[in-house]
Design a protein around this ligand. Sequence first.
Ligand code: DC
Length: 224
Amino acid sequence: MNYSIAIDGPAGAGKSTVAKEIAKRLGFIYIDTGAMYRAFGLYYLNNGLSLDDEELVNSKVSLVKIEMKNIDGENKIYLNNEDISLDIRTEEASRGASKVSVYTHVREKMVELQQEMALKNSVVMDGRDIGTVVLPNANLKVYLTASVEERAKRRYLEQTKKGMKVNLEDIKKDIEERDYRDMNRSVSPLKQASDAILIDTTNMEIEEVINKILNLCKDRGIEL
Ligand code: DC
């Protein structure tokens, strides 16, 4: 029997760190759906195609092939057979993902791919619409959030640690804009599923969040 755990929430709430670790401890596959939208957007950015033109975006959807592979225990993402796992982590790719993810045609293709993966494996999937659209029957749904200030602070620390020169106010503004776009688009906006468990991580350590979710899994009999 395959199990599925859906983790949704806004940018910077800690979804990917938590989802990755939960998957590791349960022996499930981790699926980062944000990475899929980033890869999708990258196709257009790399080819100099405007992401503001929905008709143009739609006309190229069939040319985009996205695959997720686990290589030596690491999750890799491929765009038309090329490993772009690192390229999708730039601010430009992040903005591109947010733009491309508002289009119905793109979302339909991504959702289909994500549902196929969850049919074949026990998964922990994180994103914005997993509990509401992709896996409405998930065994556990979690909505992870944190204050905008805390999320900006986390991103700031993460990026300065990597040696990047960033400004806290700019990051905060970027997060607010992304929240607005993600929560107000007409197709699959970010929202908490009615049966999702809300966890506000503002004053929580990562380990605390992981343990809380693992306990919820235990209560529901979710195990490998
Ligand atoms: O989680 P992330 O920052 O990597 O996501 C990148 C963008 O993709 C984000 O702006 C929202 C969008 N996204 C989405 O619309 N649906 C998902 N399931 C995952 C991400």
